[in-house]
Design a protein around this ligand. Sequence first.
Ligand SMILES: CC(=O)SCCNC(=O)CCNC(=O)[C@H](O)C(C)(C)COP(=O)(O)OP(=O)(O)OC[C@H]1O[C@@H](n2cnc3c(N)ncnc32)[C@H](O)[C@@H]1OP(=O)(O)O
Ligand SMILES: O=C([O-])CC(=O)C(=O)O
Length: 393
Amino acid sequence: MSDVKKGLAGVVADVTAVSKVDPETNTLLYRGYPVQELAATQPFESVAYLLWHGELPAAGQLDEQRAAERAQRALDPDVRTLLDMLPLDAHPMDDVRTAVSLLGARELAGTGSVLDASGSVEDNLRRSLTLFAALPAIVAYGQRRRRGLEPVPARDDLDYAANFLWMTFGEESDPVVVDAFNRSMILYAEHSFNASTFTARVVTSTLSDLYSAVVAAIGALKGPLHGGANEAVMRVFDEIGDASQVPAWLDTALAQKRKIMGFGHRVYKRGDSRVPTMKTALDSLVAHYDRPDVLELYSALESEFVARKGIYPNLDYPSGPAYNLIGFDTATFTPLFVAARVTGWTAHILEQAASNALIRPMSQYDGAAERHVDGYVPLADELAIAERPEEAE
Ligand SMILES: CC(=O)SCCNC(=O)CCNC(=O)[C@H](O)C(C)(C)COP(=O)(O)OP(=O)(O)OC[C@H]1O[C@@H](n2cnc3c(N)ncnc32)[C@H](O)[C@@H]1OP(=O)(O)O
Ligand SMILES: O=C([O-])CC(=O)C(=O)O
């Protein structure tokens, strides 16, 4: 009898104190706090602190972290040079992955042996903050570069979310927009053992370094079954066009056995705990930009798909159109997810390193039965024999 758990579905791989996803009560707690409360009351910086340190920051602690973050916000000139070498039609997730790799190679230069790669808790907290601070400039420049624009210098008088929007658009955003964006960053920050976080933990479990773990996690997040779904949702919206087209579009998509992006979840089967909060943020953006058509399409696809399949939206469903309304290019959506999730990834990297066991599951073999090389003829010889049949006799 096979006890294979395809996709590790239902497997409890370790304990974690970072977050609790409970599909029964439809709740998500970060270090014990409901994510909805955090999204309604906190700047993203405080949530990052909470994820790393286990507690919300006292005033002095937040000031200290803010100062360190603001000091590292500027687009690094080496990173800019590297990004400028990438093709304009490279995917922005590849920009982000490449930039993080450069930051890691530079910071870890001189560590020498692989035995010194993993670093101390202090090293890794410092590296986590560096990535948290550096990513907005990288993501913002990615979008600007593709639009033929110069980078916008960071502002150190703005909170994380407001500065991120400033660096992307070169103008101060309305408080409604900043608030919706801040909420999205908090909702995206952490979600237990999702595929990208687990990837980061696997890399960390080999005693590799934090940057390598984050680069690997970015690769895992890019896929449309995971973080890439926020981009994919927008492409679906563009494909459908408007609410009246939903039934016909869905008929065709389901007949073709397409996965409908932004719906379904490995853990939540009756709806994603984060969707109502992000939907409220989307509603505020729809009102701000006066785009009721977006909501009509959103609601039409949701109600039609839920009625037909009983599969509910996940966080990427409201986030995609929300980022579109704010003005982000569709391919920039998943890099925004990276900027948020780097907090959760690094909290898990710290946790994994503090209580490590090499992650190495078993597999059940179903390949060829044992055989031996004595009858093997290399392909080139086979071709030569086929061309000279008389010699084959
Ligand atoms: C932030 C995040 O990463 S959230 C996830 C973002 N990803 C997406 O939105 C992509 C679309 N969704 C999906 O592909 C899936 O729902 C996943 C990958 C997220 C979860 O998948 P799993 O837990 O492995 O469920 P699984 O794929 O086995 O689905 C169970 C059944 O529902 C169907 N199903 C699940 N999601 C969808 C969907 N979005 N569209 C159509 N059918 C779906 C599957 O085809 C499967 O049907 P079957 O039993 O007839 O084969
Ligand atoms: O938990 C998951 O599998 C995917 C997800 O929603 C996330 O990473 O935010």
